[in-house]
Design a protein. Structure first.
Length: 274
């Protein structure tokens, strides 16, 4: 495996934040992202799901999926962050001779069994060393460690059920709201309409959604529409104006401004560069 191929299709970092903190806005990338929590606690909004993570948990964020992290521990919050492209995932499946990555890279969380965490952390530390120092054969070592890491995720994910904790009623309600937004994002939605649909007051709906998801309903909906617009820009020949309309933006100029704020590119540049 060529060095350049590995470093174009893969990245790993170790990040530490001290104290309570929330990210300013949702993000999404053109690559898969995985968080392994070493210490601390955080809540990660991944698409329609809210995952509560602590040491030993992995958050899986698929390509082009909206996500946002809130750090919940007053002490240090440390995590490994792995980024890999769809090409890297396909090459691992080809090497293994079976499609494991569609399962282990599906949105959600995986808890690493306590007795296996030391091994997982050694794999992550080795990948970080090889990535940062790039000695001879680093690319091959990274791919071998990454393959073992993803295979382990696949096994743990298929063996374990979701965490046994029964979701709180408020969390279930938020999941119902995000499901509804995913189904109706192209429509002209308003806070009063949503509140009426879910039999809640507008102020309570707005307040409870922000508390659970870490961002306001309007911000969530705009970023969801941008995510869907990205898919249409890459998979269709529709004009930018048609895509804006299909994704619930009545004003194409506002769509262009919101798209550039979220992605750093205009819709036309995003399509051209992809």
């Amino acid at each position: 495996m060529k060095q350049t191929e590995a470093f174009e299709d893969f990245m790993i970092t170790r990040k530490t934040h001290t104290g309570l903190r929330e990210e300013a806005q949702q993000r999404f990338h053109r690559f898969h992202e995985l968080y392994y929590v070493l210490e601390g606690k955080c809540s990660v909004l991944i698409g329609q799901r809210i995952c509560s993570l602590q040491a030993g948990d992995v958050a899986v964020i698929p390509v082009r999926t909206l996500h946002k992290t809130d750090y919940l521990s007053s002490g240090p919050n440390t995590k490994y962050v792995i980024s890999l492209t769809e090409d890297m995932a396909r090459s691992i499946d080809a090497f293994l001779g079976e499609e494991l990555t569609p399962v282990c890279l599906d949105a959600g969380q995986v808890t690493i069994p306590l007795q296996r965490r030391e091994l997982i952390q050694l794999l992550l530390a080795r990948m970080l060393y090889e990535y940062e120092n790039r000695p001879p054969h680093a690319a091959s070592i990274i791919k071998a460690c990454l393959t073992q890491f993803l295979t382990s995720l696949y096994l743990y994910r298929t063996q374990q059920e979701e965490k046994a904790d029964i979701p709180e009623e408020s969390t279930e309600r938020i999941h119902g709201i995000t499901d509804y937004l995913y189904e109706h994002y192209s429509e002209n939605l308003s806070l009063p309409q949503l509140a009426e649909h879910f039999a809640l007051s507008p102020s309570y709906l707005s307040r409870s959604f922000k508390k659970a998801a870490g961002l306001g309903l309007r911000e969530y909906l705009v970023n969801l529409r941008i995510q869907q617009a990205c898919e249409l820009l890459l998979s269709t020949s529709l004009s930018v104006t048609e895509i804006a309309d299909r994704c619930g933006f009545n004003d194409s100029n506002y769509f262009g401004d919101a798209f550039k704020k979220a992605t750093g590119l205009s819709p036309r540049d995003y399509r051209r560069l992809s």
